[in-house]
Design a protein around this ligand. Sequence first.
Ligand SMILES: [Zn+2]
Length: 415
Amino acid sequence: MKLPINIARLQGEIDTLALITEGQPPVVTRVLFSEADLRGRALVKNLCREAGLVLREDAVGNFFARWEGTDKSLPPVATGSHIDAIPNAGKYDGVVGVLGALEAIRALKQAGFQPSRAIELIIFTSEEPTRFGLGCLGSRLLSGVLPPEKAALLKDREGKSLETWRKQAGCSGRLNSVRLRPDCYSAFIELHIEQGLVLEKTGQAIGVVEKIAAPSTLRLQLTGVGGHAGATLMPGRRDALLAGAEIALAVEKAATTTGSPDTVGTTGILRSEPGAVNSVPCRAYLEIDLRDTLVKTRDAALREIEQAARAICRRRRIKLEMERLNVDPPAICEAALVNAITTICRTQKISCRRMISRAYHDSLFMAQVCPTTMIFIPSYKGYSHRPDEYSSPQQIEKGVAILAATLAQCAGSRA
Ligand SMILES: [Zn+2]
């Protein structure tokens, strides 16, 4: 079946959504529940309505656009991604999996396809951790990985809570109503840009994800003693920033000595207070991201970092508060889905490879709910989370074609 995918329309919609930003285009910044995020959501909701899909939204702002199937007794097949964007990001991360999935649905509709199962497009709340320091907020709640009581305690840097933010954004209902019941979906397939170099290097058009790396995040607050940079002599200083700097180096050491090439550790945040050139830093704040495809090596490195942080702070007489924000398991994707997509690629004469997702996505949590996999398309130079992130219309079109064929097959193909 050759589907009437309208790549010009899809590219136009991607470009339009990219103009809804807190930054100056081509910079895309859409932090959860910001004015830009809300306008972006409104745009996508309108496009879904125009496509004849039925919308509903849950208490945390995940929204669902449904194409009803002919057999209402069957659980739907789901697809989707996110439209929130970290500061200074590009226009394809997440968006390709939302607007691309919408185009896949429109193409199937136009081709006269009648799904047996409903097909549901999910737009997840806050895949990016910018607002609350926790990524995949929506899918964590949907899967039950994040208890609603814990989510209700989340606060942003200004101390404004998730409860306040979501109500202000018009999300009603209680957070404990968000969790999906088991068997609510037959499968979940997320289309996404690779955000790495594998496909570009190998010249393949599609990546089918077999495994998603296990992420974890540590948050540390270090409290030392401040003072005048001139008047406080070096002996006996309790400089919180220097302890933080040593910890950042310990992260690098832990990540490079596990023996696994897949371990990656990053101290992405290291802030100090009071932040004046003539003042000894009395406080430092760190966030550390550590991942591996193997839970065992990841957890060993995590423990090593925690031990190092304790030892460094003891030696420097710094008070340490350390918290594991998330320690997630890796996801193993459903073999039957991976095989089905590889076969579809072969039939359509589109090159593909099986691969690991080193970035994590809402799929990591949807894998706890139902059989899940991801379809990757190439990213120019592997760039992502920056304004020059790029995938060509032809690359996107292939991803949409494979997603559409997969959805059709999972929904009961009677085109
Ligand atoms: Zn993403």
